[in-house]
Each structure stands twice: as C-alpha cells, then as structure tokens.
Design a protein around this ligand. Sequence first.
Ligand SMILES: [Zn+2]
Length: 106
Amino acid sequence: MIDQNHYATILRNRLTELNARLSEVETELDKPPDPDVEERAVEREGDEVLEGLGMAGLREIRMIEAALDRIEDGTFGTCVACGDPISEERLNLVPHAARCRNCFEG
Ligand SMILES: [Zn+2]
C-alpha cells in the first residue's frame, strides 16, 4: 500500500512552487515594452520562452490537481487506463502520474 499522505505533501509543495513561478512569469509578461527598438526584439524572444514556461507549468498544475483529486477519491496510485497499481518507483519520479508505465509508453 502506497503512502498517499507522502505523495499529497510532495504534490502540494510542487503546486505551490509552480504557482509562485507562474505568477513571476505573468509579472514579467505584463511589463511594458522597452521603448528602445533594439531591446524589443530580444525582449520578444524572452517573452516566448516565458510563455512556453507558462504553458508547461499550467499543464503540470492541471495534472497535479488531478492527482490530488485521485488522492481524495482514494484512487491515487492506480492506473486510470488499466487499473493496475502504479509502481512507487514511477511515482517517485512522476508523483502526478495517472497511468502505469505500460500504458504511458503504449
Ligand atoms: Zn496501466
């Protein structure tokens, strides 16, 4: 039996961290454009990187929230596709994993 509280703590900490990082990204994106034209091109590239980070972060947040829901439901650690238990080895690497390794790779 896996220790759900252990993973709940990890997932909540990760969620807090991601939310903090995302609000930093938003603050950066909200900055008014630099009046210097040459600076602006560089800034635009930076914005794309930041937006990319934001997208990846949002996706991870959604997966973590889904994992926390599964902890509430008592289905955490069970593959959503085949119903087999997800190995702790995998959960230690990817605490928000919804599928076992076989289903994820298949
Ligand atoms: Zn599976």
